[in-house]
Write a protein that binds this ligand. Structure first.
Ligand code: URA
Ligand code: URA
Length: 233
């Protein structure tokens, strides 16, 4: 349905926003032995024509059965759809699952302060996560979950076309760059992802637990701002 709307040149779904259960053709299928054993394969990359269409496509996703049946809602992303800079986190936590927006909890508050120190507001950048669903008990995403969600992340990035991505923490950095190198080794320099400059730094939740790492994180942000042509500090 989304694809035929897009083909017909319809860019916007009617407002007010539809709840996922109204957008999607079906509620998550209950697990049976038959459905649990069937591996659904994600496409290489979503063909959604706009971020709004992609948001609705994601809201209906059931590729990860456990996540689809435990989430309150999917968490798509927020900010300027034409931002030069995207911040990439790991996955929604409890606050984000409840509010439907990334980085709104305690880590998000610290992120807002880091942005402010860079003369940026949340509206100036785009904030998104590797996973669009909250993993139960905030466990790390599994390999299959990140693979399932990857076609959405890649499509989001194709539509936003950022010049820079700041990966927050090891999970985001290792996922995006497809590496097992530690965040300590990945930080402090620029990487390339499909022509996008990528800076990796510590996750704000890690900085809350390890305040001594804030100096390194601030050095990373200064490097990023310098490279963007808007130096700070
Ligand atoms: N941590 C993340 O990685 N992402 C969020 O959206 C919130 C906390
Ligand atoms: N380990 C992580 O996963 N993230 C950090 O930011 C630091 C250590």
């Amino acid at each position: 349905m989304m694809e035929s709307l897009a083909a017909a040149g319809v860019q916007q779904l009617p407002k007010p926003e539809l709840r996922p259960s109204e957008v999607c053709s079906a509620e998550p299928t209950p697990t049976t032995e038959a459905t649990a054993s069937v591996e659904k394969t994600p496409p290489e990359v979503s063909s959604a024509a706009t971020l709004d269409i992609l948001r609705d496509e994601i809201a209906c996703c059931e590729l990860c059965h456990e996540l689809a049946t435990t989430r309150t809602q999917t968490v798509f992303g927020v900010g300027d759809p034409q931002a030069r800079l995207c911040f990439l986190g790991e996955a929604p936590g409890a606050d984000e699952d409840r509010e439907g927006e990334p980085f709104v909890g305690r880590a998000g508050q610290l992120m807002n302060r880091i942005l402010a120190a860079c003369n940026l507001a949340r509206e100036d950048v785009y904030i998104l996560n590797v996973l669009k669903c909250r993993p139960p008990e905030n466990r790390n995403p599994t390999l299959v979950e990140s693979q399932n969600c990857r076609h959405f992340l890649d499509r989001q990035l194709q539509l936003i076309k950022p010049e820079f991505i700041c990966c927050l923490g090891a999970v985001a950095a290792q996922n995006l760059l497809n590496t097992t190198e530690s965040i300590g080794r990945l930080r402090g320099r620029l990487h390339d992802y499909q022509g996008i400059h990528v800076l990796c730094t510590y996750h704000p939740a890690y900085l809350l637990r390890n305040p001594s790492a804030k100096k390194d994180a601030w050095d990373d942000m200064k490097l990023l701002m310098r490279e963007m042509g808007t130096p700070v500090g």
